[in-house]
Design a protein around this ligand. Sequence first.
Ligand SMILES: [Zn+2]
Length: 112
Amino acid sequence: MPSYTYHCRDCGATFSDMASIEDRNVPVDCACGSKADRNVEAELAASNGCQAVTDNIRWSRSMGVPPKSLEAYRKRFPNSTYSDDGRLLIKNRKDKLRQVAERDMVELNDKR
Ligand SMILES: [Zn+2]
């Protein structure tokens, strides 16, 4: 079976796991007990020989906001960077924890 790269929604861990091609986009269990989603960007980075996979910069859609609310969120969180389609820039795990703490509630929506 091929191996895919997954990124945990809660603890931010990045790891590889085997999955069949049909199931490759199904979230898998992380060691912390949460769910991890397939991370195509990390797979591409790895296949390009980039080593900075585990703590990489990424644009988070799950922590993003609707584009129509962008202006309000940019004012409310001046230390954060949003893309024009509403995704939030996450620089690394520590940065993610800071952004989650600032928001309080956003991460709760991710818990299942
Ligand atoms: Zn985890």
